[in-house]
Design a protein around this ligand. Sequence first.
Ligand code: ADP
Ligand code: ZN
Length: 611
Amino acid sequence: MQDKKYQVLKSVFGYDEFRGQQAKIIDHILSGKNAMVLMPTGAGKSLCYQIPGLCLEGLTIVVSPLIALMENQVVALQQLGVKAAFLNSSRNFEENFSVIKQMRSNELDLVYVAPERMLSESFLSLLDECNVSLFAIDEAHCVSQWGHDFRPEYQQLEVLRQQFPNVPRVALTATADKLTRKDILKCIGIEEDNVFVSSFDRPNIKYHIKLKNNAKIQLINFLNTHHPDDSGIVYCISRKRVMQMTEYLIQNGFKALPYHAGLDNDIRSKNQERFIKEDNIIIVATVAFGMGIDKPDVRFVAHMDLPKSIESYYQETGRAGRDGLSANAWLVYGLQDISLQKKFLDDSDAPPKQKELERQKLESLLGFVEATQCRREFLLKYFGETQEENNCGKCDNCLMPVKSFDATVAVQKALSCVFRTGQKFGTGHVIDVLLGKSTAKVQSNRHDKLSTYGIGKEFGLNEWKSILRQAVSIGLLNVDLDDNSSLKLAARAKTVLKGEEKIFLRQDKNPAGKAKESVAGPRKKVEFDSILDQELFDKLKQHRLSIARAQGVPPYVIFHDSVLAQMVLNKPKHIYELRKIPGIGEVKLDRYGESFLDVVNNSTGKIILKR
Ligand code: ADP
Ligand code: ZN
């Protein structure tokens, strides 16, 4: 059985090595034990149950919460020549019936089902007739009310251990939350010592968090520099912003499509489908978009507005770079975003306990965006992991270190200026008073007579903006959006004014100035030394697209970008050379090998020698 798993890895999936804990987990499952697998997105969870499914006699049942997700998985498996199928309500009676027939006659290795079907009596009794060897519960966090995608049907999956006590169960999720983990163990019936936790680091994702000055232009600069023709997601806070941003991207020559809950169902699913099946589409979306999308070649996720929590940020940015190739997570924020998120919270009519939890989560997020330390280190620590290396070299703070400074006196000046001007003015006027400007507003309010008039000349306009923003972030000041965005003192301001608390703030580089975009990272997902290589890569992509179109499947299920890139680098002349490239299993080699060799060799002008 041991060797079999390697054989399947190579012949079906075309890979030579297991990654991380995959081998250990697969052995564990093959020995008949239950398991809970916690791995970040893109780490390779699927193989952990697919390979046992192929090694074990009998049928593996995979419970999956979303139709789109199971269809994608099954299409990808069928491309590999695996006998896999799915059962769900999107299919007609005949189609489902034919799958059931195949199940009865033992013709399938893996069957994907939605939880509600799984729980139906007729299905459970069908399973009694089949030789089920493994249950895999994908997206297992759906059992938990604490998770972000609670699905009540998932909780009833406890029936599995009652009805099939001898069939091992493996639950998989990318959610790191502790409460969620506990719920999964309890509900699916998995013992504490059968838990496999991987690091939640996403090493191929680069994190960049910037101050907003003109968000639209900042985004265009970022895209032009780093993702001129890549697939990506742009998250916006509202439907209106989604539509505006889509239009703006189109005007600037990008292939952008909108996605939000207010769009017609047809349009929404068409846009999602195009995003998955075409190259270089940018989807502009509210957070309604993303769950169930396992497109591997999303090269960037951009946030035009602040997410709700670190969990949401991690989840949303995690949709980039599933294929392990370099990807960017990019976010811009400003004082307005902070005030807006705080207002949402204040206005929400959630029960007090939940509101408090959400408030803490928002505070953590604000701490994260304003942090001066390595972003990766911050994220991992938040999820309970400590990192040995505290300079990842792949986030804005590591690439361009920022200092923090003792801002106690500055903040005291700002707070008292807010107080003396009557807590009725916004940042602009407060800063004018601090700087001793003689504006009409200053004159008419006689603010030039205040003791705080002109006491802040040691800083410039942008520095004061940065200080005030951070004072709002850390809860010393509130912005009252219902009263002309006027600044008000928060309760915590007292301790600072009394000198009982020291305040350290981030020394923004070019705070809100006209900084040029300077995100480090590759211009293209795959960079080649020569133009010829780049052309060959584009030709291979074109060829892949025509095959995918003919079959109505996404291009990446034919071959991943990394496989095409390897073809460019190795320039294989023979099938046996192609076989060495990771990600090309036997069935794909047979189906597509020759035609891709033709593209490579026609392009390089070398003599073609086939097997
Ligand atoms: P997850 O479900 O954890 O998000 P997937 O199972 O979809 O991740 O795997 C992510 C990508 O990594 C897939 O393209 C998969 O083919 C690839 N992959 C998984 N295991 C390996 C491996 N051992 N070697 C190379 N690539 C792998
Ligand atoms: Zn870092």
